[in-house]
Ligand binder design. Structure first.
Ligand code: PAF
Length: 286
């Protein structure tokens, strides 16, 4: 017999539960997701359970972070399987609001985090971080968690949300969870499901390329040369490169001279229509 999991679809239902927990001084940790849960999400849930007393997972495919030409309609949705996975982890509550619960017809507000949202994913997806910041601000206000966890695969998203929470005094601790990878190094992502068998076979080259760049940079290789070589390697492997950049892991400022921790290598590249992103830290010299 499967475990029963508690779900709510309304903000008032969510608030009732969370308020009761907070009244008894329990630390509430929110894991925001768009569903189609994989091991990466489940590791965020495990972290949430370790750092808090109550874990809430939200599942909402947020329309405002997709451009009209993007994959909102085809984004994978499988609530039944998601709930089974969350039940197996003993999650306390799953918040699954309908679109109208989150966005009433005359919804008019957008949260923009300037600076950090520009460049990298913000350059090719200019609508994206505004949509993410808006929905996460709403989720924080709806749930009022003590902490929330976001995966480091979307590293820029993590920093944008952390800055938003600080700038707007949201009093939510924003934590990052390490990237979970398949055995061949591919970062777990709900969008990996779009890859054909042939594309999936090519996919590990993104992680291999940025890891190799990070190792070479740690040994003092020139940034410009590494970026050129990485781009060529990805193109030869069948990718169309969106960006390949070295940025500071705390400020996201471009690193142009010497790449030392906390520098990171960030990559985004298409295999067919599927856009994959990944990032790795430049290791410290041992
Ligand atoms: O990373 C995601 O799954 C989404 O961008 C998030 C943070 C749940 C907001 O919709």
């Amino acid at each position: 017999v499967g475990k029963i999991i508690d779900t709510v679809e309304t903000v008032s239902g969510l608030r009732k539960k969370v308020t009761a927990w907070r009244r008894s001084s329990e630390k509430v940790v929110l894991v925001p997701t768009m569903g189609a849960l994989h091991e990466g999400h489940l590791s965020l849930v495990e972290t949430a359970k370790n750092v808090g007393d109550r874990t809430v997972v939200s599942i909402f495919v947020n329309p405002t972070q997709f451009a009209p030409n993007e994959d909102f309609d085809s984004y994978p949705r499988d609530h039944q399987r998601d709930l089974q996975k969350l039940a197996a982890l003993d999650v306390d509550l799953v918040f699954m609001p309908a679109r109208s619960e989150v966005y009433p017809d005359d919804f008019s507000t957008r949260v923009i985090v300037s600076g950090l949202s520009e460049g990298l994913c913000g350059a090719s997806r200019p609508h994206f971080f505004g949509g993410v910041a808006t929905v996460v601000a709403k989720l924080f206000n709806q749930c009022r968690p003590d902490a929330a966890i976001f995966g480091e695969k979307d590293y820029q998203q993590l920093l944008v949300i952390r800055r938003m929470a600080r700038d707007l005094d949201m009093n939510v601790e924003v934590l990052g969870g390490s990237i979970v990878r398949e055995a061949d190094g591919v970062a777990m992502s709900s969008r990996n499901a779009y890859l054909s068998a042939d594309e999936r076979a090519k996919a590990p080259e993104l992680f291999r390329t940025i890891s190799n760049m990070a190792d070479n940079l740690a040994r003092g290789a020139a940034i410009g040369t590494q970026i050129e070589a990485g781009r060529t390697r990805l193109e030869e492997a069948g990718f169309r490169v969106d960006y390949l950049e070295v940025r500071d892991g705390e400020t996201l400022s471009p690193v142009t001279r010497s790449a030392r921790p906390p520098a990171r290598v960030f990559g985004a590249a298409f295999l067919g229509k599927t856009r994959l992103i990944d990032n790795v830290p430049v290791p410290a010299l041992s």
